[in-house]
Design a protein. Structure first.
Length: 153
């Protein structure tokens, strides 16, 4: 005794809409995405600047490597990593990443150097305004930050 199998055809509503209504061209989709990014550019850059100010304020609380202040600094730098590249500040994001890596190495090795943090803060300030510095200078700053971070084992 066998029963015949029943087959149901699944219709994807999104796919159906795209197929039947033509969807967006790649150019239109890119233009729409860029317009949405522009809508949030200024508030996001203001938030990024607040993050940089918070990192500078946390520097004053570091003392001899205050763990809570270091963790807060890491979190602020990590937010800058996430946002920088979207708004043409990829090198700022790279410097923030280097600061995150430096803090991670401090935490893992039980070592701390305020001077190494200060170098990163100077780099962040410089790379926040990339148009004020030529590309060679910016690249050298990033290279120096990576060297500082790599020196912490």
């Amino acid at each position: 005794m066998s029963k015949a199998a029943k087959f149901f055809k699944y219709e994807n509503p999104l796919a159906k809409t795209v197929v039947t209504k033509g969807g967006l061209s790649a150019e239109d989709a890119i233009a729409a995405a860029e317009a949405r990014v522009e809508e949030v550019r200024q508030p996001t850059l203001e938030d990024l600047d607040r993050g940089l100010a918070e990192i500078a304020a946390l520097r004053e609380r570091l003392g001899d490597g205050d763990a809570a202040a270091l963790q807060s600094m890491y979190q602020e730098a990590n937010r800058i990593v996430a946002v920088g590249g979207v708004f043409g500040l990829g090198q700022l994001g790279e410097a923030a990443y280097s600061l995150c890596e430096l803090i991670s190495r401090f935490q893992a090795g039980g070592r701390f150097s305020r001077a190494m943090v200060d170098v990163h803060l100077d780099g962040l300030k410089l790379l926040r305004t990339p148009d004020e510095h030529d590309e060679t200078h910016r690249d050298q700053v990033l290279s120096g930050l990576r060297q500082v971070t790599a020196s912490v084992g």
